[in-house]
Design a binder for this molecule. Sequence first.
Ligand SMILES: *Cc1c(COP(=O)(O)O)cnc(C)c1O
Length: 383
Amino acid sequence: MIPYGRQDITEEDIDAVVKVLRSDFVTQGPVIKNFENAVASYCDGKHAVATSSATSALHLACLALGVKTGDWVWTSPITFVASANCARYCGAEVSFVDIDPKTYNMSVTALENKLIEAEKKGELPKVVIPVHLTGQSCEMEPIYNLSQKYGFKIIEDASHAIGGRYQGKAIGCCSHSDISVFSFHPVKIITSGEGGMALTNDSNLAEKLLRLRNHGITRDSNQFVKEPDGPWVYEQIELGFNYRITDIQAALGLSQLNRLDGYIVKRHELSAVYNLSFKDLPITLPFQASDTYSAYHLYIIRLHLNEIGRSKRDVFEALRADGVGVNFHYIPVHTQPYYEDLGFKNGGYPIAEEYARDAITLPLYPTMTEQEKVIDALKRVVS
Ligand SMILES: *Cc1c(COP(=O)(O)O)cnc(C)c1O
């Protein structure tokens, strides 16, 4: 089966990891800082805090922005559940903003309308989490302008999007947000095994993220609450977690970062081949907004089911039977049983639900060699 995504591990990656294994530190050594500095510099951002996963980075980001019980956090319904769960970890209420019918990212119009309604009810969000689905940036400038008008903070869930650009700047530079989060899970653009990173240009937020990553402990005497009675003193000044990444993982991530730009170019090349091959099929191809350069984590198409005369499930199963590991990103989060138990109902987000009826993800990864097989199979199944 051709998978929908796959990591690429080279001999250089393996050597970098082995070097750490032979060194004095397997965790909390120098490589984590090097990885953080390299990603911050790549994104032209100030601070980066590496974590055990993007999920833990999203949780820390919510905590650093003060999300707590009684607050509202909004995100997109078409995302991985972690984009919403991070707010629930903090006890906050979650709500969703319907998607844009072209990009499948959070719709700015839907966001504005929802803000107008929320203001009347006194339920404005503390934080909004736009998700750069497939690696294509959300419309961050208008979202940022709304944040200034309505007073919310922004966390970019950029789990798909390292290497992508918006208005010519690297996603992760936080020019329109408080914090941006990357994922280094193996299926994403670059990997550290498991791992994530939170970027920010605010030194107070960076300090908080660092402290919360490590139990809420500080060794910086400027942050001490009590008078230290010896050089052995550290203080736990709030409740944090063990969300640390290891040097072993950071070495892999740092080594992969060297190939990031090449990966994105390759993803664009493969997508262009798909686009050309599929131009006469009864499907909608991925739309690319002119001010974005996508990281192209996912290649998502919409099936014109009436024309095709088959159900999505039928197409999906036929492709799998042909050895094409198609997937679906994502089941709308508000229809997950956990969120239904919180009162969300199918019908609440019509554009997202329509998307879910006919969207599928085709295999796409830089080392892919069997693209012809995917193209032939799709042509056969939908023609
Ligand atoms: C993968 C993913 C996450 C979670 O990433 P982990 O590193 O696996 O925790 C969060 N949000 C989105 C949009 C993702 O795709």
